[in-house]
Ligand binder design. Structure first.
Ligand SMILES: [Ca+2]
Ligand SMILES: [Ca+2]
Length: 210
């Protein structure tokens, strides 16, 4: 009977051989190619399987639980009328500041009326939605600053350095008014030459043109 005996291997011949784990142990099919199955090959396959598994779990959770609504961290925006606004969850609709906590759902998901915003006005509102009047006991929504109307009652939202409003537009006439009323530093040009004094220097009756 022929027997195969282990051969005596000296140190020199061992050093010239490749490590055992790099030896061919089988064949991993990849397309039409046959590549050797090494530990590296097995490692890469395991990582790929793990990634596929994680992605599958995420997809299943998204389908079954649903995607949580996006909540912008900073909702400050500017409306089409160039007013300070509040950005809705869809990141497209920008509502005027004064529509927040007015008991009407102006954003699709009603996020403008959520309790965290409206439970303790004005403290529960972000600072950018608020303007404090000359008398700090009173506040208005930020979009009411510089809108020509006397919302604070003392015109501090329309005049003075704190309000920092731009000059009157072409449809308005600037003067110092006789008394405070609905308007402050700028009156509509429709008030010019209407037979009623609005400006202390009478400029609305003698200088202003409609
Ligand atoms: Ca609202
Ligand atoms: Ca105002």
């Amino acid at each position: 009977m022929n027997r195969t005996h282990p051969q005596n291997i000296d140190a020199a011949s061992l050093g010239s051989r490749k490590p055992l784990f790099a030896a061919t142990r089988g064949c991993c099919k990849e397309g039409s190619m046959c590549i050797p199955c090494t530990r590296q090959c097995i490692c890469i396959s395991a990582v790929a399987l793990l990634i596929v598994g994680i992605v599958a779990v995420i997809i299943v959770l998204t389908v079954t639980v649903g995607v949580p609504p996006f909540t912008p961290v900073n909702r400050l925006c500017v409306t089409t009328n160039n007013q300070t606004g509040f950005l809705c969850d869809d990141r497209e609709v920008c509502i005027p500041a004064s529509q927040v906590c007015d008991q009407r759902r102006n954003c699709a998901n009603g996020e403008d009326e959520q309790e965290s915003l409206c439970s303790d006005l004005p403290n529960s509102l972000p600072e950018y939605l608020i303007f404090y009047c000359g008398n700090h006991q009173f506040w208005i929504y930020a979009d009411k600053r510089c809108d020509m109307m006397n919302d604070c009652g003392d015109c501090s939202d329309e005049t003075g350095t704190w309000a920092n409003c731009p000059p009157c537009g072409p449809q308005w006439w600037r003067c110092t008014m006789v008394v405070f009323h609905a308007y402050c530093a700028c009156i509509p040009r429709s008030f010019c030459r209407d037979g009623v004094q609005h400006c202390s220097d009478w400029s609305d009756e003698y200088v202003c043109l409609r």
